[in-house]
Design a protein around this ligand. Structure first.
Ligand SMILES: [Zn+2]
Length: 234
């Protein structure tokens, strides 16, 4: 078969299917634009999830503090060992989130706990939220005294860790009456959602943290992956 005939036959085929081909290309382009728009809209939060009914009940039924789950209770242990997920930007704007943050702070600072950090799974909420005492900061606290503030970090991840490790003693509100030596990175980079910039295209913040505060962040973010410090004992 002469080659010009093939070329001619292809040209006829393209002409006959031109409308269909253009439509396919247009749809592919549209799908690409929609995907890109969704990725931009989700940059603040990778999951479109709000609190579920069980979580809302826990948050709103709590009095002044929440019950801290412990590994000696099988039901608690299942929650502590589960992986936590992100909250949507809408969930982070809600009064439910504000109340959870306040309750976590009240719980970790309560004399019965007296901790330096707490993660949401420890109060029964499998969401990526932690409260950490910032020993690298000093400011005037709500009671008027100077001290190291507690701060709450939603949708948090550790994006890099130094290879340089240091060993230090750790305990956990969910592992009563125990402590042990754990190796942790001296320096880490954390990434979390800034609740004051949720309307911006990218509201994620990156911050480098060092020393003991970095140890607390590593311990608390471990909780969000179902990992306890006792898994890392030397
Ligand atoms: Zn802990």
């Amino acid at each position: 078969m002469p080659s010009y005939f093939l070329a001619g036959s292809n040209a006829v085929w393209f002409y006959e299917h031109k409308t269909m081909i253009i439509k396919i290309l247009q749809n592919a382009l549209l799908a690409g634009v929609i995907l890109l728009t969704n990725m931009m809209a989700l940059s603040c939060s990778t999951a479109p999830e709000n609190f579920n009914q069980q979580e809302l009940s826990l948050i709103h039924e709590a009095d002044s503090i929440m019950r801290v789950l412990t590994i000696d209770n099988p039901e608690d242990s299942a929650v502590l060992r589960a992986k936590s997920s992100d909250l949507s930007a809408d969930a982070l704007r809600s009064d439910d989130y504000k109340r959870l943050a306040e309750l976590m702070l009240a719980t970790v600072t309560h004399p019965s706990q007296d901790g330096v950090g707490i993660a949401a799974p420890q109060v029964g909420i499998n969401r990526r939220v932690v409260a950490v005492q910032r020993f690298d900061k000093e400011e005037v606290l709500p009671d008027g005294s100077e001290g190291c503030p507690f701060e709450v970090y939603p949708n948090i991840r550790i994006v890099s860790k130094s290879e340089k490790l240091e060993s230090g003693p750790e305990g956990c509100l969910s592992v009563p009456d125990r402590n042990g030596e754990v190796l942790r990175s001296r320096e880490i980079v954390i990434e979390y959602a800034d609740v004051n910039r949720l309307d911006e295209e990218d509201c994620m913040v990156r911050e480098t943290v060092y020393g003991f505060t970095a140890v607390i962040f590593q311990h608390e973010v471990d909780h969000l992956d179902g990992v306890l410090y006792i898994d890392r004992l030397r």
